[in-house]
Design a binder for this molecule. Structure first.
Ligand code: SAM
Ligand code: SF4
Length: 360
């Protein structure tokens, strides 16, 4: 191990060159990086993992992102939307299992019926046991007024991945039109922060045309945006999307997994107190993927609470992990899996981002 490499591992303030050295680490160097990021996490956040019961509210989407199975141009997907009662019974399950929080995720819709329903549902979720559930939303780009309405209803965290902080790469993975504006996405992140949400972003790792320079710039973007949360997961090619044609030029699943773990680890070195999600996509390309992400520096898991009959329709990418698991199996399975890597779930707590709490 060179002195220079060891020195980079000890720093929080990294530049693009430092980051690329870390992202290129292999063998013993990669192990040293993952060990260091685990140490950093344990010293700032202890060995707790926070849960968000994931409710995949619906898969109608106005957008046409070139990588995602829910894109409006994909006629093969069976569209669904949960009823209010289905959403609320998922939230009650989350409470019963002691998850402490729910995350409501869906394809992007901006019609007033959708906006009003989400507002009403957030209010109803907040009534469960006197507001004991934290609420994260991941419902895409919206008007400032919409974000405010949902915040006032009780949502306090919002996940909106930038997908790529490089404008050119952004337009290689999205159609180039008003509905998919890179500027608008950055503006939405600024608006969410201004309103007071714990704001999360992130990227997919291993996209076609993505280089280490892009990934280093992404990490610097997250730091500059001073985000409270991050979601980093491998890109998984979906056969019914335009980006699938480039599947031969992307890194292998094992390489995408390694690169994702290194991204998580470097993010943890740079932002020791943020919350970081071990994305389900990790487990999709590696059966141990979620645990590996936790051991690399992530501290949040989102067990799926969506009723079984809809899970296969929320078909973002193929072979999604845990599609067939019953919700009550999930917590127990996670307890065991996490104990095996020296971590434990913090039940019945919101598990807010320490980085955010300290600022506010
Ligand atoms: N519509 C909302 C949005 O785009 O922010 C939330 C739902 S969207 C399905 C959630 C995330 O799924 C996206 O931010 C994207 O990064 C991820 N995703 C979509 N297609 C993917 C793929 N093929 N592989 C890995 N992740 C994917
Ligand atoms: Fe819609 Fe989100 Fe998929 Fe884009 S990533 S097509 S906005 S669900």
């Amino acid at each position: 191990m060179s002195v220079e490499f060891d020195d980079i591992l000890l720093r929080q303030d990294l530049d693009a060159d430092d980051i690329k050295v870390l992202l290129s680490a292999k063998g013993p160097r990669m192990e040293a990086l993952l060990r260091r990021s685990l140490d950093v996490k344990l010293s700032h956040l202890d060995n707790y993992v926070h849960l968000r019961g994931l409710i995949e509210f619906g898969n109608d989407c106005e957008k046409n992102c070139l990588y995602c199975g829910l894109r409006s141009g994909n006629a093969k997907v069976r569209r669904y939307c949960l009823s209010d009662e289905e959403v609320l019974s998922c939230a009650r399950l989350a409470h019963e299992f002691g998850y402490g929080s729910v995350a409501l995720q869906a394809g992007e819709r901006s019609d007033s019926e959708f906006i009003t329903r989400i507002e009403r549902l957030v209010r109803e979720i907040k009534k469960i046991d006197g507001g004991s559930l934290g609420v994260t939303l991941s419902l895409g780009e919206q008007q400032e007024e919409t974000y405010r309405r949902w915040f006032e209803a009780g949502a306090h965290r919002y996940l909106l991945r930038i997908e790529s902080s490089d404008e050119d790469l952004y337009y290689k993975i999205h159609p180039h039109n008003d509905r998919h504006s890179f500027r608008r996405r950055v503006d939405c992140l600024e608006i969410l922060k201004r309103i007071g949400y714990q704001t999360g972003t992130g990227v997919m790792v291993g996209l076609p045309f993505q280089t280490l320079d892009h990934l280093a710039a992404d990490l610097l973007f997250f730091k500059r945006m001073d985000v409270a949360m991050l979601g980093l997961g491998p890109y998984v090619p979906h056969p019914d999307t335009p980006l699938y044609q480039f599947k031969e030029i992307i890194p292998s699943p094992a390489e995408r997994m390694e690169l994702t773990l290194k991204m998580i680890a470097v993010a943890r070195l740079m932002m020791p107190e943020i919350n970081m999600v071990a994305a389900t996509a990790n487990q999709t390309i590696d059966p141990q993927g979620r645990e590996k992400a936790i051991a690399a520096g992530a501290n949040v898991i989102m067990p799926n609470l969506t009723p079984g009959e809809y899970r296969e329709s929320y078909f973002i990418y193929p072979d999604k992990a845990c599609v067939k698991d019953e919700p009550d199996q999930c917590g127990r399975c996670l307890d065991i899996r996490l104990a095996a890597i020296g971590h434990k779930i913090l039940y019945n707590a919101w598990g807010d981002s320490l980085a955010f709490l300290k600022k506010s």
